[in-house]
Design a protein around this ligand. Sequence first.
Ligand SMILES: [Zn+2]
Ligand SMILES: [Zn+2]
Length: 357
Amino acid sequence: MSKFVKSATSKYKFGAHMSTAGGVSNSVQHAYDTGCNSFALFLKSPRKWVSPQYTPEEIEKFKKLVKEYNYDPLTDILPHGQYFINLANPDEEKALKSYDSFLDDLKRCESLGIGLYNLHPGSSLKGDHPTQLKQLASYLNKAIKETEFVTILLENMAGTGNLVGSNLEDLNTVIDLIEDKSRIGVCVDTCHTFAAGYDISTAETFQQFWDDFDRIVGLKYLRAMHLNDSKAPMGANRDLHEKLGEGYLTLKFFHLIATRYKFLKKIPIVLETPQDNDDGYGEEVDMLEWLETIPADSDLSKNDEFMEKYQTLQKNGAKSRKEQMAKFETKKKKPAATKRKAAGKDIISQMAKKSKK
Ligand SMILES: [Zn+2]
Ligand SMILES: [Zn+2]
């Protein structure tokens, strides 16, 4: 018996990014053993352009486990694209190389019966930003025509300027250019949102963010979330995920996630927090399901159990938050050019570490 149980009572699809070590089907077993109601995975090595195709046996095993553990492959599984895929790259050769890997990913999804796929929308680099957004959209249109059913989700980003998706307007611009709108959506990453400068940390400002999202992008395009706290302060443009409750978003924010919004009930909400092993994710999923049981409008400051947890977690992350605040203060004094470079690097080093485990 595993330590964690896949919840039959939670109204939300809380889950986490799972390892595929030993074969893609192992992610399903890990997800189940971790008590996940949804999960993410890499379809191939996140650090190599080309990987061997799945064997028919591996595909069968994946589908069998998905069925056995009662995951809906069209809505509960959210593969993550490779970070170096950049369909907005003004260098044509590099963009084409990205496209090949991207299309291969989408075909892998369909071979496994998976209905969603998460993509970092890339960077216009030194190109003209609006032109590169059009290029990105044309590659997405092409890929949609070359596949059958998988929906591509563009993830919002933590950076500024030429990093596509650092604001809601970019996402809207690209979606507007997609011919088959039933095959495009958005994945909102809570850490990225906050780091990009959207204040989502209180009930009022988070509501404001969803209002803005609905006005600019459209809530119907929200098809998944990545749930992470943020090591860096708001507007720092740093993609630094933190364990839930230990960062600047705090446990109060995750209580809002677990209680307030009906439209979050149907979509995968996937953890990408820094953990040493899957048990860490299992504990966070359990914690979210516990937060779900605390009524939305209750006075949290009078809830001893909540406040104790809140303070313990904030204390765990205090040193790290302080370090990042100091870096943010220093960076604010530097010219903009150095700021931009930093944005893409953080996540690559974080995930390189992760894929080793
Ligand atoms: Zn993410
Ligand atoms: Zn990230």
